[in-house]
Write a protein that binds this ligand. Structure first.
Ligand SMILES: Nc1nc2c(ncn2[C@@H]2O[C@H](COP(=O)(O)OP(=O)(O)OP(=O)(O)O)[C@@H](O)[C@H]2O)c(=O)[nH]1
Ligand SMILES: [Mg+2]
Length: 346
């Protein structure tokens, strides 16, 4: 799962990327692509790890991608290349400036967000128009076309022409026939308001103006944390009146933005979080671990995280009848602790 970071120039994309991924770069490397995997903090994994004392503890991870701006001298080309690079991202983090200084006037995060969002909409419109032209040329030549696709692309064009992002239309944003177009405005987006080091700030105004979810961070403060020992970092955060690093919140929100959830496997060897989409069935969840488990699936033994930790052990939970046997069609729930029973394939 990959999130692409976008934002207008000088809004703090590098700063956020480095704070999130705890990777400092020696030189300002805005030309190069940067990518890093980040652990999804999960207190449930910490608790399970405490219970089982495994040799290894594995958290869920998310990849963050910061596209380089490329070296083309032409601004339009540079933009185009950034858009092409984030096309395969599963969702976008849209950073907006919410601090003053550096030669910029007072911030207007809602206006900045809208400005870049319009560019996404426009880039999608170019793609939709090109496809429509092609389909209509084929129609004229009496070639057979996929009329369902034709209708869908026309619908997209109408939405985009009205200046609306496709993500507001879940039926279009998730249509399998449109997947190949990798429309940018169809991707889920999380707005990150990069705010001044001090002073009140809230995302309420931004959210009511744009209708988008917004998270407030203090990027520069967070960026300074990454090179500090943990104890110093805590003290430093306290000085700014921050109790928990906003990066933890950004990572958690990215996870749910993607419609993801975790199930767990536990044991002496490893306590581990596995990432699946909400609504995944047991037999497909098994595949997250290994395709052989899916092939030879017999059943899943499932206990909820809450029941397991309240009971104190798997054996106790079993005595209480909280360990359920579930079949292939069972819809996995966030926090399920699972053991799969399966035949080893021939
Ligand atoms: N005051 C203040 N300055 C910030 C903040 N975040 C970033 N900056 C400064 O703004 C400048 C740009 O930050 P970057 O993180 O490089 O922004 P960017 O979006 O990657 O910039 P480009 O790649 O040039 O578009 C740097 O000088 C940062 O130190 C912030 O929260 N507060
Ligand atoms: Mg940059």
């Amino acid at each position: 799962m990959k999130l692409g970071i976008i934002g207008l120039s000088m809004c703090g994309k590098n700063t956020l990327f480095e704070a999130l991924t705890k990777t400092a770069s020696a030189a300002e490397s805005r030309m190069e692509n940067r990518m890093a995997s980040v652990r999804v903090p999960d207190i449930r994994i910490d608790t399970l790890s405490g219970m089982y004392q495994p040799k290894k503890t594995t958290y869920a991870v998310i990849d963050y991608f910061l596209p380089g701006r490329g070296v083309s001298p032409d601004e339009k080309n540079r933009e185009q290349s950034v858009w092409n690079k984030v096309r395969d991202s599963d969702a976008l983090i849209h950073v907006v400036r919410n601090f003053e200084g550096g030669g910029f006037g007072p911030p207007d995060p809602a206006a900045d967000f809208r400005k870049l969002d319009e560019e996404l909409i426009f880039a999608d419109l170019v793609v939709a128009d090109k496809r429509l032209e092609r389909l209509e040329a084929d129609l004229k030549k009496n070639r057979k076309i996929d009329t369902a696709e034709h209708e869908l692309v026309k619908e997209c064009k109408a939405v985009l022409d009205a200046g609306r992002p496709l993500r507001r239309h879940p039926d279009l944003a998730s249509a399998p026939l449109l997947r190949g177009f990798t429309f940018l405005s169809a991707k889920p987006v999380l707005a990150v308001l990069n705010s001044a080091d001090q002073g009140d700030c809230s995302a309420a105004g931004f959210e009511s103006t744009t209708g988008e979810r917004g998270l407030v961070i203090r990027g520069k403060v967070e960026r300074e944390l990454i090179q500090m020992p943990e104890a110093d970092a805590k003290e430093f955060l306290a000085e700014y009146g921050i109790t928990e690093s906003a990066m933890t919140v950004v990572i958690r929100e990215s996870y749910s933005l993607l419609g993801l959830m975790s199930f767990f496997t536990v044991g002496e060897d490893e306590v581990r979080a596995w990432t699946i989409r909400t609504g995944t069935k047991a037999v497909d969840a098994a595949e997250a671990i290994h395709s052989d488990i899916k092939k030879g699936f017999i059943r899943a033994e499932v206990v909820s995280y809450a029941d397991l930790t309240a009971a104190g052990s798997h054996a106790e939970a079993r005595k209480k009848g909280q360990v359920r046997l579930e079949g292939k069609e069972y819809v996995m729930q966030d926090g399920d602790v699972v053991e799969f029973r399966f035949n080893v394939g021939k």
